[in-house]
Design a protein around this ligand. Structure first.
Ligand SMILES: [Ca+2]
Length: 330
């Protein structure tokens, strides 16, 4: 396919429209130029005609030696008179050019005149120069509310089998831990469910890790409302849907500002001089017995926790005083 046919096939009507507009502009400028040239010629003719009136006839009768210098003098005068007229025409042409340039500048750029007659450089596929970006648009409408976020927090209420108001029971059971005379095994107290489910197993001891039920050891001092010495300790896992964080506050029986108290009670852990180590847990101040009867099996043990001076600042801490605790959510 020839180049011209290719151009027409690519641009179609748009190319034809641009060609027609350019032709009209060329025709307009040629017309204006013709009028100006005609006006100039007419002016020159009038000047020449003026020179040929009575004064010219008088010269015909004069001797040839006098006619030649006189004609040279008058020619110089004519030229001197024509120059201001030509300057006037030139100024008008410049004014017209400026007006056209002002009208066509947005489409053809700063050098429209040279581009117009010598051809543009074809930037942007002949579509003109891209203008500056417009101002930002208005803000859009507010979107629909999103889906409720997933939140909630769980905690263990040690020493109780029911959850506080506003919390759901996940499951309940009894506190388990390692044997109080063994060094090995885990150190965490666990809230074991009341009904275990087994998969593969082999009954009988195979020298494994061991899990024991936990008993309160409060014979020397019982901070609870009931006498729970040697009783198995219950526990319950609670879930609060409306809050997302949990804090176990040691040495305080209340919660920081902005936090909701779930329960408060006393810190408990393993005996300080026995081999078994355990973590500290917060047992409810109104702790209960798991089975209702005294067990005295001495598996995992739970002792109150006393502060010790010389390492803790006394005061405000008091040596030998049982430490409180609180479980808080937010
Ligand atoms: Ca004490």
């Amino acid at each position: 396919m020839k180049t011209k046919e290719l151009i027409f096939s690519l641009h179609g009507n748009e190319f034809s429209e641009q060609l027609t507009q350019r032709f009209i502009r060329i025709y307009t400028i040629m017309l204006i130029t013709s009028v100006l040239v005609f006006a100039t010629c007419f002016t020159l003719r009038e000047i020449v005609a003026t020179e040929e009136t009575p004064e010219k006839k008088g010269l015909e009768d004069a001797p040839a030696a006098e006619i030649l210098p006189e004609r040279q003098k008058r020619s110089r005068e004519n030229i001197t008179n024509v120059i201001p007229n030509l300057n006037n025409v030139h100024q008008r042409l410049q004014a017209l050019e400026k007006k056209l340039e002002t009208l066509l500048r947005p489409k053809y750029g700063d050098s429209w005149f040279s581009s117009y007659f010598l051809g543009g450089n074809g930037r942007n596929n002949g579509r003109g120069i891209v203008g500056p970006p417009g101002p930002p648009g208005k803000d859009g409408a507010v979107g629909k509310p999103g889906q409720p976020g997933k939140s909630g927090i769980k905690y263990v209420r040690w020493g109780r089998a029911t959850c506080p108001s506003g919390a759901q029971i996940v499951y309940k059971g009894l506190i388990g831990g390692g044997y109080y005379l063994y060094q090995g095994g885990g150190v965490d107290y666990l809230c074991l469910p009341s009904s275990p489910k087994y998969d593969k197993y082999k009954d009988g001891g195979q020298n494994s890790g061991y899990m024991y039920g936990a008993e309160y050891q409060v014979s020397t001092f019982n901070p609870f409302k009931k006498n729970l010495h040697d009783h198995h300790a219950p526990c319950v896992v609670c879930f609060v849907k409306s809050r997302a964080s949990m804090l176990m506050m040691p040495a305080r029986n209340d919660c920081p500002s902005g936090w909701t108290e779930e329960y408060h009670g006393y810190l408990m852990t393993a005996y300080h001089n026995q081999k078994k180590q355990h973590n500290f847990i917060c047992v409810d101040e109104d702790a209960e017995s798991y089975s209702g009867t005294r067990a005295k099996k001495h598996g995992a043990l739970l002792y109150p926790v006393e502060g010790v001076c010389n390492s803790l600042p006394c005061r405000p801490y008091v040596g030998g005083r049982e430490l409180t605790c609180a479980v808080c959510t937010k």
